[in-house]
Design a protein around this ligand. Structure first.
Ligand code: ATP
Length: 454
């Protein structure tokens, strides 16, 4: 095997996702809707895996975090109290010449609309307006009337749904600080410059924990969560050399934050935020106490009252999805053939194993393959594929990252064994047919490290 590595581009990932049915441009038959995507079968499976691994680490395997699923459209006063109506903005500039809009704080990453494309402001012809603040929340209306009194917003984060339920949860779930509330779900931001595939989209799925702690302990818990989340990304198989932590400077921080660190990933577009871990202080609970008149505070057994501080690890499935595909994408020569392979962690891979009858016309092979498939599919997502040459079937599975393929061949008919082929090493071994289920269960429990790690 020889590596044929060239620098990875986002376009390579986009075309693999399309070719193999992970992700499609949305509304394509109507010309699309800029930077909006739909997920196909393998995309849905991969997203489900990411979400359930997150939920497992954040809720199922912990005693101190409980789950919540709050509404997407909340009382609009929530967003006044949270500061989003006044402050959830990005600075926007228009170019009067090319008619495009850019984020004033990211002009160096922008491309102007004329050919050859330049950085906005780079040529004397660029005619940029002064920057003005643009609110990123999508506005909508609730009910039949469309006036100011019916205006509402699609949530730009899931966090506020958690804060407004602080009292319900802390009382009913019988939790005391330090404890957390976890929520995943769609969030919407009218980004000025969406792009780079799923990296910056207007509709995405956030996974957030608001972790409530005694104020003096907040710095300690902030560090704890940065470490925890970094470990989680490593466990998912992201390579160490592609991850780093970067602390925000004071002028970068959001309106609610007293300290934020980003876990960054080395995407094909450079180091960018994968997950943010913010210390939100008591900002949100204090704001909602003032605006709603409901005290959101903690009273300890000695009667001392305090407003807990909040540490928030927040990440979108989309940014993890892109990072995982970029990290896993590989091309290599096997013999004289090039193969594309996604070296995904088996727990993340959309399909865990393929069941392939070598000669589909052979009834003995076909029956055994079908029976094995029926048995395995009750426990794992597996695929049965009997169309085309075996080499092509292997390559199809390599491209979607299926870690193992079980092949039923002539020898199976003689001794009831199958071949298992390993996606990464391409090694093959034989297993008894009756032992395949246990072998797969066991293989999926093993620790995994990318074979590309340094
Ligand atoms: P950025 O600076 O990249 O705009 P942000 O600092 O506004 O991001 P946060 O408000 O911290 O982002 O959002 C929490 C997490 O949500 C981010 O770490 C990222 O994983 C994800 N996220 C934010 N905006 C988007 C988006 N437009 N598309 C996909 N994921 C996003």
């Amino acid at each position: 095997m020889a590596e044929t590595a060239k620098p990875l581009t986002m376009d390579t990932i986009v075309s693999l996702c399309r070719r193999r049915g992970f992700v499609f441009p949305s509304s394509e038959i109507y010309g699309g809707l800029g930077s909006t995507y739909d997920y196909g079968h393998y995309g849905v499976l991969t997203k489900n895996n990411i979400r359930s691994l997150w939920f497992r680490a954040m809720v199922q395997e912990r005693d101190d975090i409980v789950a919540l699923d709050s509404a997407i459209i909340l009382n609009p006063r929530v967003w006044e109290a949270s500061g989003h109506v006044a402050g959830f903005t990005d600075p926007l500039v228009d170019c009067r010449t090319c008619k495009l809009r850019f984020r004033a704080d990211q002009l160096e990453d922008g491309r102007c609309g004329r050919k050859p494309s330049k950085r906005p402001g780079e040529t004397p012809d660029c005619d940029l307006t002064e920057a003005r603040q643009f609110n990123l929340m999508f506005e909508t209306h609730v009910g039949a009337l469309q006036d100011e009194s019916s205006a509402a917003y699609l949530r730009p984060e899931t966090a506020q749904g958690i804060f407004i339920n602080f009292k319900n949860v802390s009382q009913l779930a019988r939790r005391k600080p330090p404890f957390g509330i976890a929520q995943f779900g769609k969030a919407f931001r009218n980004e000025i410059t969406p792009g780079n595939f799923l990296f910056r989209v207007r509709e995405f799925e956030l996974m957030e924990v608001e972790f409530f702690v005694p104020p003096v302990d907040a710095p300690k818990w902030h560090t704890y969560w940065i470490d925890q989340r970094l470990d989680w990304h490593r466990d998912l198989g992201l390579r160490e050399e592609n991850l780093r932590v970067r602390e925000h400077s004071a002028d970068e921080r959001s309106h609610y934050s007293s300290a934020t660190s980003d876990i960054e990933y080395l995407y094909p577009i450079g180091w960018q935020e994968l997950e943010g871990v913010a210390n939100r202080g008591d900002f949100d609970l204090t704001q909602h106490t003032q605006h709603s008149g409901t005290k959101l505070e903690w009273i300890d057994p000695d009667g001392n009252r305090y407003t807990p501080h909040v540490i928030e690890p927040a990440v979108s499935i989309e940014r993890i999805f892109v990072a995982l595909l970029c990290d896993a994408y590989d091309e290599e020569l096997v013999g004289d053939r090039e193969r594309v392979v996604l070296r995904l962690h088996p727990k993340v891979a959309p399909v865990k194993a393929a069941i392939l009858p070598l000669v589909p016309r052979d009834e003995g092979m076909a029956t055994r393959a079908r029976a094995l498939y029926e048995e395995l599919r009750r426990h794992h997502v597996v695929e049965h594929d009997d169309s085309g040459q075996i080499g092509r079937r292997y390559r199809r599975q390599d491209e979607i990252g299926t870690p193992w393929a079980f092949t039923i061949d002539e020898q199976t008919l003689e001794d009831e064994t199958v071949t298992v082929r390993d996606r990464d090493s391409l090694e093959q071994e034989r297993l008894p047919l009756f032992g395949v289920r246990e072998w797969l269960d066991d293989a999926l429990q093993q620790d995994w490290q990318s074979p590309r790690s340094h």
